[in-house]
Design a protein around this ligand. Structure first.
Ligand SMILES: Nc1ncnc2c1ncn2[C@@H]1O[C@H](COP(=O)(O)O)[C@@H](OP(=O)(O)O)[C@H]1O
Ligand SMILES: [Mg+2]
Length: 246
């Protein structure tokens, strides 16, 4: 193999970003733009993975679930366009491309592109976690589906909610130091969190389910409905606040 798995993830994420950015100037908006973006991102990622890792299975939001993933040793978990709603609004930059590799039980390499910012974040080299600025704790939440648990965390920590689109963008907001934690519940799929969680772990953040149990990928059920991503120094307080809210 000429390039390593992290480089393959980054290549695929960048290829999707390169397809998604110009599509936003095509005249399409809203849902039709989101649909076109989902398809273009999927095509770009599959082309890179087929060329670089033809023997691996791909598990994507935008493809039929391939049952071979349950007996495979290497599975790419992909969301070609996370934050489809925000992508369809040309004013917004909170959308992302997710490419993760699961191998033999765990996430081992990943890239998350934030195309509107011209950024690609990877697991190796691990992103440096900037120091937390003074001020209230900032909890990233879904713009459209902010969970009650996040409100409880904000209240317990004297913090504030930061509504944003895209699980990848929100997770990377914590990695990039623009938020201190991300709390989600109520529904989500493995592809929404796999690559962002891998990058967050590499950066030294704590990632888990709302009950504190590990996030496990490539399970048969695509659903993985809740998660917490937090700076390590806040993890105990965030998880305690979630527990008392439930
Ligand atoms: N309750 C829910 N059920 C299913 N998917 C959800 C969900 N809440 C969020 N998601 C998915 O998680 C991603 C981030 O959501 P949000 O922007 O609200 O934080 C979106 O992915 P897609 O944009 O890939 O569909 C969204 O569809
Ligand atoms: Mg998604």
């Amino acid at each position: 193999m000429s390039i390593d798995d992290t480089a393959v993830a980054a290549l695929a994420a960048r290829a999707a970003a390169d397809a998604l950015v110009p599509l936003r100037s095509s005249g399409l908006t809203g849902r039709p733009l989101g649909d076109a973006g989902d398809a273009a991102g999927q095509r770009a990622i599959v082309a890179v993975l087929a060329a670089e890792r033809p023997d691996d299975v791909v598990f994507s939001e935008e493809a039929v679930d391939d049952a071979r993933r349950l007996s495979a040793g290497r599975v790419w978990i992909v969301d070609p366009l996370d934050g489809t709603r925000e992508y369809g609004n040309p004013e917004r930059s909170d959308w992302a491309v997710h490419v993760a590799l699961w191998a033999d039980g765990d996430l081992v390499a990943a890239a998350v592109a934030l195309p509107a910012l011209g950024q690609v974040h990877v697991t190796d080299p691990a992103p440096p976690l900037p120091p937390r600025p003074d001020g209230p704790v900032r909890i990233a939440v879904s713009r459209t589906r902010p969970p009650a648990e996040a409100q409880a965390v904000a209240a317990a920590l004297g913090g504030e909610l930061v509504p944003l689109g895209s699980a990848g963008y929100k997770t990377l907001a914590v990695v990039r130091g623009e938020a201190d934690a991300y709390v989600h519940s109520g529904g989500m799929y493995q592809w929404d969190s796999a690559a962002p969680v891998a990058v967050a772990r590499a950066a030294g953040l704590v990632t888990c389910r709302l009950d504190g149990s590990p996030l496990v990928y490539n399970r048969p059920d695509p659903s993985l409905p809740d998660l917490v991503v937090t700076r390590p120094e806040l993890a105990d307080r965030v998880l305690a606040a979630v527990r008392s809210a439930r």
